[in-house]
Design a protein around this ligand. Structure first.
Ligand code: GLU
Length: 338
């Protein structure tokens, strides 16, 4: 046994002080983890969350923010999880943002969700009706009596599917309605277990590619007519939309499809740190050209149209960046009030 001398102890102690000092001098700031809620992995929200997280994670040395992406049930789930503090950010349909902020649809009982804060909007999403050729569905009216997936509870699309049915004089009772997740619908269609499905999604999406490239021939059905016109006139969040069929070469129809749609938006809560929201907004906007290369659905994005289609007030971190970047004039002033 060799006991250490006092001198040795003093030496070790002094050395450890040096290490502690050096360590803390070099230490990076503590990493803050944030989570972005998206949708099904075959949708566009999931890669959108991935694109946003990629922009911020590249700058980890500057901001110390590490974003991770979660696949979720979709818009309604994301709004509620952001409000509950279970997610920091959510990709959410513009109509769902509007409904939550004003306290209608799924939020009627709880009333207006005043803690929601918008950051920017993203790609357009179209209400997409996909049917097997064999089903004989060539127009929405012919959905009567058919097995149709309207979308899962918690998703954004469920309400759009109901609105689309209503625009053609139908309700859920007129069809054999299914409420499964979008990720399962292409498989069910190809297995001939459903005749058609609705999905509100950006294009191109993996989901519609999968549905249109199997054994069973599949066609996209136009959603067009006076019923759709009155939806667009009645609701501030609906617009007419076109689905370019060159994006889905496997589909039976080749002509572009008219429909109606909304926008994907990026949402948070009032309680999210100003610095974090500022950093994410800045990285996405300052690197928009690079961001746009991440998914073909972003081709149409401009700084201007990414500031349109929001209903919840802007988050303070986003306001800070838009002021600094000279973009604040492009924003509806009612969104700048707390
Ligand atoms: N719009 C869908 C929803 O809110 C998600 C679409 C997607 O994941 O791209 O649930």
């Amino acid at each position: 046994m060799h006991g250490k001398s006092l001198i040795q102890y003093i030496y070790i102690f002094a050395l450890s002080l040096v290490f502690i000092h050096c360590g803390s001098g070099k230490a990076k700031r503590k990493t803050v983890f944030v989570t972005i809620g998206t949708g099904a992995v075959t949708g566009v929200y999931y890669p959108t969350g991935g694109a946003i997280s990629r922009m911020i994670n590249k700058q980890i040395a500057t901001y110390g923010i590490k974003a991770t992406v979660e696949s979720t049930a979709g818009s309604v789930f994301n709004v509620n999880a952001v409000l509950a503090g279970d997610l920091d950010f959510g990709v959410v349909q513009s109509d769902r943002q509007y409904q939550a902020y004003t306290g209608v649809a799924e939020w009627e009982k709880q009333g207006p969700c005043k803690d929601l804060r918008s950051i920017f909007t993203i790609h357009p999403e179209s209400v997409t009706l996909v049917a097997s050729k064999k089903s004989g569905i060539t127009s929405p009216q012919l959905l009567r009596g058919k097995r149709v997936n309207l979308g899962n509870p918690g998703s954004g699309p469920l309400q759009n599917s109901r609105d689309a049915l209503a625009a053609f004089g139908l309700t859920e009772k007129d069809i054999a309605a299914e409420y499964v997740k979008a990720v399962e619908a292409p498989g069910l269609l190809q297995d001939e277990r459903i005749d058609a499905f609705f999905y509100t999604v950006g294009h191109p999406s993996g989901n519609i590619k999968e549905a249109t490239s199997g054994r069973v021939p599949v066609t996209l059905i136009p959603l067009v007519g006076p019923g759709v016109d009155s939806l667009v006139n009645q609701y501030p969040y609906y617009t007419h939309a076109t689905i370019p069929m060159k994006l889905y070469p496997g589909a039976s129809n080749k002509k572009d499809i008219q429909s109606f749609g909304v926008k994907g938006t990026f949402l948070t809560s009032k309680n999210t740190s100003t610095d974090i929201v500022y950093a994410i907004t800045k990285e996405v906007f300052n690197n928009l050209d690079e961001f746009k290369t991440i998914h073909p659905a972003y081709t149409v994005l401009t700084k201007r149209n990414m500031l349109e289609g929001m209903s919840a007030p802007l988050h303070t971190g986003a306001i800070r960046y838009y002021k600094e970047a000279g973009l604040i004039e492009l924003i509806n002033p009612s969104l700048l009030q707390e």
